[in-house]
Design a binder for this molecule. Structure first.
Ligand code: HEM
Length: 332
């Protein structure tokens, strides 16, 4: 999670999270407030008194208010730092990250693109990019543990694609992860995609119809009605994926030459489909492949509790309940 958050800060906002927060403790406080708020907002679906609690500022709603203050302070600080950074660097690198681009735009339209607007943009990227890829990697490592043969193939492919020496360090190994090398990793791509089919980071997603419509199966939807699609259930349906739908089998994504064969996003819905498909999909695959390849090449992992079956925590994203606790041993 920490590493996914670091990437979003670096690539999306062009700042180092640690440099910004000054200490791990401040960054941890922000991360905790962010995760807890995610959980509390999701709870509103099943707590019919949440508005009353918000009105009297009690219970989880009081906690949410405190968390939102921590998040706001942190994000407004980020915006201030970023503005200073851009001034100091005389805007030489203005176009390198998403936040710089929004800040440039906000100069042209300061009334609409005010700090509140920028805060929402930043949070949107953090929600979209932090828990999704970090959570998927957690389930991926769990799947590899349950399927040692898949794990062997993954490690074989990393060796093959990188041609790394046995005693290579993490820094050198990550330097070998060029676009070319990552594009050759079809098996890992398939194994991550298979993980997302069974454990989609966004397990259920809601939409509101902007006009009267008819779904492909004939169901009528009226303007303003809500509708949900459930990637988690769809990934396990036998009439979509065949009799072995609940089996973890990366090979289903590969052709006879071992090349990754994508499915229609309307069938594999983990990234949604259509004009609002995930903007960070390619970034996420790259990030997850690099992280998985470096960790698996250098370490063997063993679960702390081999008997425990992983289950999820109900939130907007598919968190593994209590996380995945592992022992790591050097592979060589
Ligand atoms: C395993 C990783 C990921 C998965 C499964 C995933 C999945 C999704 C899904 C299902 C949506 C649609 C949500 C909705 O509109 O209701 C979405 C939207 C989005 N995602 Fe991702 N995402 C992932 C990683 C990322 C990353 C790393 C980033 C950014 C760096 C990102 C940026 C976005 C953005 C900006 C949107 C909004 C697009 C729009 O509304 O036009 N995602 N993602």
């Amino acid at each position: 999670m920490k590493s996914a958050l670091d990437s979003i800060f670096k690539v999306g906002f062009g700042v180092e999270l640690n440099a910004l927060s000054g200490s791990d403790e401040f960054a941890n406080r922000f991360t905790k407030a962010f995760d807890d708020s995610n959980f509390i907002v999701f709870r509103r679906y099943v707590d019919m008194f949440w508005k009353v609690k918000r009105f009297f500022n009690i219970g989880l709603e009081a906690a949410l208010k405190r968390n939102v203050k921590i998040i706001d302070d942190f994000i407004f600080d980020l915006i201030r730092c970023k503005r200073e950074q851009m001034e100091n660097e005389k805007l030489v690198r203005e176009k390198e990250d998403i936040l710089s681009r929004f800040l440039m735009e906000s100069k042209r339209d300061p009334e609409n693109m005010n700090d509140q607007y920028l805060r929402d943009i930043i949070l949107n990227f953090m929600i979209a990019g932090k828990d999704t890829s970090a959570g998927t990697l957690t389930w991926f490592f769990y799947m590899l543990h349950k399927h040692p043969l898949v794990q062997d193939k993954v490690i074989h492919e990393i060796r093959d694609a990188t041609q790394a020496k046995d005693n290579i360090c993490a820094k050198e190994l990550s330097r070998l992860m060029t676009d070319d090398v990552l594009d050759r990793m079809h098996y890992i791509h398939a194994a991550i995609t298979e993980t997302l089919r069974l454990y989609p980071a966004v397990p259920t997603d809601g939409k509101i119809s902007v006009e009267d419509d008819v779904l492909p199966d004939g169901v009528e939807v009226k303007k303003g009605e809500g509708i949900n699609y459930m990637a988690y259930a769809m990934g396990r349906m036998t009439y979509i994926w065949g009799e072995d739908a609940v089996e973890y089998r990366p090979e289903r994504w590969l052709d006879e030459d071992g090349i990754f064969r994508p499915e229609s996003p309307f069938k594999f819905t983990a990234f949604q489909a259509g004009p609002r498909i995930c903007l960070g999909k390619e970034f996420a695959y790259r990030q997850m492949k690099i992280m998985a390849a470096v960790l698996l090449y250098l370490f063997k992992f063993r679960l702390v509790d081999e008997t425990k079956e992983a289950t999820y925590r109900t939130m907007f994203t598919l968190h593994m309940a209590d996380g995945l606790h592992v022992y790591a041993f050097p592979r060589t």
